[in-house]
Design a protein around this ligand. Structure first.
Ligand SMILES: [Zn+2]
Ligand SMILES: [Zn+2]
Length: 264
């Protein structure tokens, strides 16, 4: 049974897929649940892209999908919020007032510089880049009250070759603090399988997932981060195998921002 909790539709500025095509494919692939997590990024580093959503229209469209397909698949209303420390209150208010089932807190910028356009990496060693990134993640975990999971943790590895060569084992002291805070606040992490499409690697290696598990981490969602209908639930079976081997027995789903656990 698959639950894809990171899915984009045409409500995201960088996506053209129609919700109905996504839902129809999700049904075809036998998914139990699909959670739309379209982008909202306030104060994004590239002003030529507007990562915002008309929330009324978004809600109406999800309702329409539920009316049409709700007897065959559960459809959740989520959001991927671009987190930055200076907009934490705005992010919190958005999730609080948006009546969401699920909220991913993702860093697409760091130090107010873009990751995608590589600006953030200029003039930094990989270690410096990681330490600042983890500092902002920790700030997010401590101060952003209403999110559900941290999105694509270790995204630096996607955008910078030096970063990709770093071993997260060298950052376990920092990760331990982040994971313990997450666990205490009843929040979690996601496994984002899009990196298997881009570079055939996982952002979070089994070592890191094992470390999270040893610390008592239970909340893990699984997301394809797909922007097209045909890569829904990409490689989820492979991830289930890794999780089972580590000792995880459940994958997490959400409703009204409350975690629930489904046996894997
Ligand atoms: Zn993202
Ligand atoms: Zn995404």
């Amino acid at each position: 049974m698959y639950y894809d909790y990171h899915v984009h539709s045409h409500f995201s500025a960088d996506c053209e897929a129609q919700m109905k095509d996504i839902v129809e494919n999700a049904i075809k692939f036998g998914l139990k649940e699909v959670c739309f997590t379209d982008h909202i990024d306030y104060d994004y580093c590239d002003p030529s892209i507007n990562f915002d959503i008309d929330l009324d229209e978004y809600t109406d469209h999800i309702e329409l999908m539920r009316d049409r397909y709700g007897d065959r698949i559960k459809i959740l209303k989520g959001v991927e919020v671009g987190f930055q420390p200076h907009i934490v209150e705005k992010c919190d208010n958005l999730v609080k007032s948006g009546d969401f089932d699920f909220a991913i807190a993702s860093m697409h910028t760091c130090n107010k510089q873009g990751l995608y356009n590589r600006d953030y990496f200029k003039g930094k060693t990989a270690r410096e880049a990681y330490l600042k990134y983890f500092e902002e993640i920790l700030y997010c975990v401590k101060n952003f009250k209403n999110f559900s999971v941290i999105g694509h943790l270790n995204i630096l590895a996607r955008y910078n070759d030096d970063a990709a060569r770093e071993n997260l084992i060298d950052y376990f002291d920092v990760l331990e603090v982040i994971f313990k805070e997450l666990i205490e606040r009843n929040k979690g992490i996601e496994i984002n399988t899009s990196s298997l499409r881009y570079s055939n690697t996982l952002l979070l290696s089994p070592d890191v997932l094992k470390f999270y598990h040893e610390l008592g981490g239970k909340i893990i969602t699984l997301g394809s981060d797909t922007h097209v209908p045909n890569t829904l639930a990409h490689e989820f079976d492979y991830i289930y195998g890794i999780l089972r081997e580590i000792g995880f027995e459940y994958i997490t789903t959400f409703e009204k921002l409350q975690p629930k656990f489904a046996k894997i």
